[in-house]
Design a binder for this molecule. Structure first.
Ligand code: NOJ
Length: 547
């Protein structure tokens, strides 16, 4: 396996709107981020992924871009962005920007022109089709509920929008579109950024024929476009990193996107484990054997030449401690246990803002508290289908993207120290207890545990490059695996339950000669005559050098 800096790095994801507000307008901004760079440096991460900061009408909080070369007014100015980049580089932090080019905003000048007439030179920048009689061209639903086609009176055709109707899809089959995108990528790379996170990048390959009940991307086209992007742009900037957001991929199809010999992407975000409860809005709790089966498969089936990203939450998902851990009695232990898992598997770990202090889902008591377009559209559609607000609130509390979007909890000051004004979305009421300031003071905090995990990654090659082997695959309580590289071996034991677990260990796992490297409980682990006694949500990592 080849060594790369981005395999050894830990990435921190910033959702700028909710990170830190410097001017009291209730919206996070670039100067706010600059004021927290020392915090990130101290945490030990090497890379920051900044969610979109470009000019946008904010139908989808910046994922609807109206000008790729300007900074969003609420966030600041280009000069402030330049300062952010140089202040990051001065501290040895790398910056990767979000590249959202499956679609633009409907307020982007390309779309405004495209909409004017069928002969507009920009018409073919987007995907326009005649209706099927009075119906849209296909039955496809948007990922944000309702039809994926919007009828436009001016030219009496429909345009495709896989997301909101204010996010029309670009037509990547048009070479002029590709040239525009490559150009704007160079604009940012020439400013010195260190790479891109590419939004729903496997949706850019549209099928030749539009039919069927739902949109199925044509990966062969996406591969072609990405290889062209590498030839024309990325290869000219050696040392940058790329990560593609690719819903629907399997280890086998992800390997095609990330196999280094194919020169497409460095790594992807897959979604298999995000579907572990079944339906997106399901209230089921996941089964551990399902989660393990998915995660372990990705550890072993991606192959030697490809690479993966590791995450349990981001700005589109509920908080990981609420979903996969225990956000009540065992919040601290379970947040550390989940972090131990993420940071001891193969792949590049991503930390989503607030995860490092164990931020939880937000218990909003009314649907009016939600801001996210996905949640709002889903609620609208579900009401039409007869669901009550009570039912919807239950689901939103568990699954809405806004669970991850409440303001970062910096301190126990008003509004969690996020803003001196009124925050654009309410602060989670648990901020007096859960905040950065209190975690910094407490040596046993989740935050300090993350620092240790990040440091260990820098010290032990086996964490980055080691082979993965799983034990106790049928257990609904524990996840156990080893990582091996040369004569180095790591043994990882994770209790996913609020109960103690007694684990009879096979000979090869008896940690006699292994040193406890890390644990989320104080004191010595309980090992007795070939048995390991794991406490609720205990995480234990042993290290040994084989003879
Ligand atoms: C994925 C992004 O992460 C999400 O926030 C956004 O709504 C969609 N893509 C559309 O850009």
């Amino acid at each position: 396996m080849t060594k790369k800096w981005w395999k050894e790095a830990v990435v921190y994801q910033i959702y700028p709107r909710s990170f830190m507000d410097s001017n009291g307008d209730g919206i996070g901004d670039l100067n706010g981020i600059i004021s927290k760079l020392d915090y990130l440096k101290d945490l030990g991460v090497q890379v920051v992924w900044l969610c979109p900061v470009y000019q946008s009408p904010n139908d989808d909080n910046g994922y609807d871009i109206s000008d790729y070369r300007e900074i969003m007014n609420e966030f600041g100015t280009m000069q402030e962005w330049e300062t952010l980049l140089s202040e990051m580089h001065r501290r040895g932090l790398k910056l990767i920007m979000d590249l959202v080019v499956n679609h633009t905003s409907d307020e982007h000048k390309w779309f405004v022109e495209s909409q004017k007439s069928k002969d507009s030179p920009y018409r073919d920048y987007y995907i326009w089709r005649d209706g099927n009689g009075d119906a849209p061209p296909t039955e496809w639903q948007s990922y944000f509920s309702f039809d994926a086609w919007q009828y436009d009176e001016t030219t009496k055709q429909y345009y495709l929008h896989l997301f909101s109707k204010k996010q029309p899809d670009l037509n990547w089959a048009n070479p002029a579109v590709r040239a525009e995108v490559f150009d704007l990528m160079k604009f940012w790379l020439d400013k010195g950024i260190d790479g891109f996170r590419m939004d729903v990048i496997n949706a850019i390959g549209k099928p030749n024929v539009f039919d069927g009940a739902y949109f199925v991307p044509d990966d062969r086209k996406t591969h072609e476009y990405l290889q062209e992007m590498n030839r024309k742009v990325l290869s000219k900037y050696p040392g940058i990193m790329t990560v593609g957001e690719t819903p629907g991929v399997t280890p086998q199809t992800a390997a095609l996107f990330t196999d280094e010999r194919r020169e497409e992407l460095n790594m992807v975000f897959h979604f298999e484990h995000m579907g572990v409860e079944g339906d997106k809005y399901s209230l089921n709790r996941f089964r551990l054997t399902d989660l393990k089966r998915i995660l372990s498969k990705w550890q072993t089936e991606l192959g030697e030449n490809a690479w993966n990203s590791l995450y349990l939450n981001n700005h589109d998902q509920p908080r990981m401690v609420s979903r996969f851990g225990n956000d009540g009695e065992y919040r601290v232990q379970s947040a550390k246990m989940l972090a131990t898992m993420l940071h001891t598997m193969q792949g590049t770990p991503y930390i989503y803002q607030g995860e490092e202090i164990g931020m939880t889902n937000v218990p909003f008591s009314s649907l009016d508290d939600y801001r996210d377009i996905e949640t709002l559209n889903w609620a609208k559609e579900s009401r039409l289908q007869g669901k009550t607000d009570e039912e919807l609130l239950l689901v939103a509390n568990r699954k809405s993207r806004d669970n991850a979007r409440t303001p970062m909890q910096w301190s126990n000051a008003q509004n969690a120290g996020f803003t001196a004004g009124t925050p654009w979305i309410s602060v989670n009421p648990n901020y007096p207890e859960i905040n950065v300031e209190s975690d910094l003071r407490n040596p046993d905090s989740i935050l300090n545990y993350y620092k240790k995990l990040i440091q260990l990654r820098g010290q032990y090659d086996v964490i980055v490059y080691g082979d993965f082997k799983e034990y106790f695959t049928e257990s609904e309580q524990v996840y156990c695996y080893t990582r091996t590289l040369g004569n180095e071996k790591l043994q990882v034991f994770l209790n996913f339950t609020a109960e103690p677990v007694v684990l009879p260990l096979p000979q090869e796992l008896i940690p006699e000669k292994a040193n406890p490297l890390l644990s989320n409980y104080a004191g010595q682990p309980e090992v007795k005559s070939g048995q390991l006694n794991l406490r609720p949500y205990e995480a234990l990592v042993y290290y040994c050098e084989l003879a």
